[in-house]
Ligand binder design. Sequence first.
Ligand code: NAD
Length: 485
Amino acid sequence: MKYNPIQNFIGGKFVAPQTQKTMDVISPLDGTLLSTVPMSSAKELDDAVKAAAAAFPAWSKTPIKERVQVFFRYKTLLEKHLEELAALCSEENGKTYGESVAEIEKCIELTEFATSLPQLVTGELLEVSRGVECRTEHVALGVVASIVPFNFPSMVPNWTLPNAIALGNCMIMKPSEKVPLSCGRIAELLKEAGLPDGVFNVVHGDVDIVNAICDHPEIQAVSFVGSTKVAKIVYQRATSNYKRCLALGGAKNHLLVLPDAIPGMTAQNVAASMSGCAGQRCMAASAMIGVGNVDAIIDKICDEARKIIPGENLGAVINKESKERIERYIGEAERDGAKILVDGRNAKVPGKENGTYVGPTVIDFVTPQMSVATEEIFGPVISIMRTKTVDEALAIENANPYGNAASVFTQNGAMARYIIDHASAGMIGVNVGVPVPREPFSFGGWNESKFGVGDITGKSSIEFWTKLKKSTTKWNAEAGVNWMS
Ligand code: NAD
């Protein structure tokens, strides 16, 4: 085993697990056993909540301008350790080193946003009548939790932790049991940056610990990122316990390609969107709708896909089950009559026979009823459908229950605007294959890609991680003057 068994991080230190129940952490790159992760008990969660609750009074009373100093230092530490963090991310998740570097760079950008929070949470003050002032303040919630998925071991934790903590909350992070290593380093770096003990805690586990988070009476808010199936469970359970919850779910993102799209640029973007991070991105293009005759562009997409080589510029998918699931989808499409133009099944990487690789896959002549057209595949696969009109394409996009992202490739501005207006998705791209809004713009989908109000990053997250206090004050000493005077 490459690393020591993983421990929880509670009250500023790593703590030996109280459970014998563990899971192996395997690198998807080559099958190496990296570590074991404990399936913590509700008691261990309770210890973490107690540590967070003990830290909360002092942390929340620290002025925000002081709190963000920790994040200026944390940002510097992320920059200093970028290569090491990227290597760890790649090892546990399977994405390429280059993609992992981009992930850590995104963490730096997210942290940079958190350091700007003092400029954004100034509150409001108005003299509402003579001598009477109304004032609003953003007040921290208390102990909050963040439950994260496997596909971004560093970025998704950094969607929530810098903003939630800079705004005065104390946090319990529940990493994905498939990629638990990066969060340990995040905890160490936050401590090195001067974050007081107990403000950030990491509790490992799976279903039981998620349920315990949703049930714990002292946890005020739960953010979740993962599949729609689990997002629904978490949203229902957390809100039925009267907590605030924002639960981001899965996706099936459509790219509309119009005949006037620039062929080379479009093909590169489509191929990069469907294969980046081995297709394991909630913003990945998973379905393409060619409107009219786009055969020449499809040929170029295949050329681009053939340049993507597993083990070189394409990482591994998370595990064997995932590889089998993706290959099963491709097989189903083939049996249902679709045409596999580029086939990524049975990919092998010499010297990494125990890695879990799927090559880039382009499936043409998919119909809207096929499972590859409707379900999230979460692999480097694009399913191409064809329509005669933009409205038919939009009808397919809008019929899908998800609503994370949609993109259009065209040179026609009016058509692009029409698609922005009519696509039912929270994030839209025009000639952009992965339309992730960058800071300070917020990230969040619609429909079954997100449950709860607001977005998870950017300014929108301020409302989620704080509550508003409204005070009305009057200091005139005269009797008989009421607040309306
Ligand atoms: P997942 O839903 O299986 O797991 C997410 C988290 O929930 C993990 O921490 C896991 O331990 C926990 N969990 C798993 N099953 C559970 C259950 N039955 N009850 C309670 N908790 C449970 O997701 P994943 O496979 O880790 O991640 C991939 C999914 O995440 C994809 O669907 C992807 O689209 C989605 N995702 C969405 C976004 C977004 O912004 N919308 C971002 C990243 C990933």
